[in-house]
Design a protein around this ligand. Structure first.
Ligand SMILES: Cc1ncc(COP(=O)(O)O)c(C=O)c1O
Length: 386
């Protein structure tokens, strides 16, 4: 099931709805689901078996096993030259839970959260569930969805408690450049708002410079980093993510974790630790990223050749084309699913600036993606001539 859609208007998942309508046949190409199509790596399955046999099946410390928190801190420190401690890391059941707990520890009812859109729908939904107000900031016009820093500046107001950045962005694939990132950190510093940085696609970057909020860790003490093993290790179902929080926020988050989750899944924690320490697994991740890079190029070229205009995303696992017909994104995706058997997600699900687009996940072989591009193109042609 596609997580994004579960949050849309509290309605059922789009993907499930499409499958109800069109049946789950071989012919259907499902490019709606927001997860990698490859299986969890073999060495990780073997490690999971060993962990289970060793009897590591019980609760762990609330914040997660020390070795994993140390390994996460080391990975960030090694890359960004900062001094995140294992005490700053809290391992969570997925980034979803980390997002909820970071927002719950920051927002009081009536507060404002600034969210550049189009964005992962949970940001808005969680803020609203917690009684907060959302201020959406649309991307710079005609910019292929570049972050509008001036828009963030204007959106910040007295009761703004957080800005949520997500780079690479779901669904646009935007990689926020260093200048824009540092300007947002600066705006947060001046207004006292937290910067929540969702970095779940950090490995999926295609030949451009990537900036993490970790770079500013020593400069501002209201930075929260959210990350996940879901996408990089293709273990979305194992529910493992983490957050990196400043010391002053820790007791609040630990309290939430203790009463909501008790801890993150124990076996998944040991598996993730193995993944971080294993050069073999790290190489496997790099190979998968190269594969996604290739898929991005293949589908980008095919769609544009077929007259479906799409920008080249610099990261992430999605393409976000313009809808080449004078219909709204929901009608387009419904019809595309029913009439062409290609499941995608309407852009309107991702907030302001998303309408007039649809999201395609690159979770299929290049051959299958080419087949999808052809189906989309002939659907558009048929729709135009009717
Ligand atoms: C931007 C973003 N953040 C967080 C998540 C949730 O990830 P997890 O499976 O770790 O809860 C997703 C999943 O699609 C996502 O796209």
């Amino acid at each position: 099931m596609d997580k994004e859609m579960q949050h849309d208007d509290g309605d059922d998942s789009w993907v499930m709805k499409y499958f109800d309508n069109i049946g789950n046949s071989e012919k259907v190409i499902n490019l709606g689901i927001g997860e990698p199509d490859f299986d969890m790596f073999e060495p990780l399955k073997e490690e999971a078996e060993r962990v289970i046999r060793r009897g590591l099946n019980k609760y762990t410390m609330t914040a997660g096993i020390v070795e994993l928190r140390e390994a996460i801190a080391e990975a960030y420190n090694g890359r960004w030259g900062v001094d995140i401690g294992p005490d700053n890391v809290i391992v969570t059941p997925g980034a979803s839970s980390a997002l909820f707990m970071s927002l719950a520890s920051i927002i009081r009812p009536g507060d404002y959260v600034v969210i550049p859109t189009p964005s992962f729908p949970s940001f808005k939904a969680l803020t609203q569930i917690l009684g907060g107000n959302v201020v959406e900031v649309e991307p710079l016009p005609e910019s292929d969805f570049q972050l509008d820093v001036g828009g963030v500046r204007s959106a910040l107001r007295e009761k703004s408690v957080a800005v949520i950045l997500n780079s690479p962005t779901n669904p646009t694939g935007t990689v926020i450049d260093e200048l824009a990132f540092s300007e947002v950190v600066d705006l947060c510093r001046r207004s006292g708002a937290y910067l929540i940085s969702d970095e779940v696609y950090e490995r999926f970057v295609y030949g451009v410079e990537y900036t993490s909020a970790a770079k500013y860790w020593g400069e501002y003490d209201r930075i929260v980093i959210v990350n996940s093993f879901s996408k990089t290790l293709a273990m979305t179902g194992w529910r493992l993510g983490y957050m990196i929080v400043p010391q002053h926020l820790k007791s609040r988050v630990i309290r939430l974790q203790a009463y909501i989750n008790a801890c993150a899944p124990s076996v998944a924690q040991y598996v993730a630790l193995y993944a971080l320490k294993s050069s073999e697994v790290q190489k496997m991740i790099d190979e998968k990223v190269s594969e996604y890079w290739r898929r991005r190029d293949v589908l980008h070229r095919a769609l544009n050749t077929h007259g479906v205009s799409v920008h080249l995303p610099k990261g992430g696992i999605y393409l976000f084309p313009r809808i080449p017909l004078p219909i709204d994104s929901e009608t387009f995706c419904n019809r595309l699913a029913k009439e062409a058997g290609v499941v995608t997600i309407p852009g309107k699900a991702f907030g302001k600036g998303g309408e007039k687009h649809f999201r395609i996940t690159l979770s299929a072989s290049p051959e299958r993606l080419l087949e999808a591009a052809e189906k989309i193109a002939s659907f558009v042609e048929r729709a135009r001539s009717n």
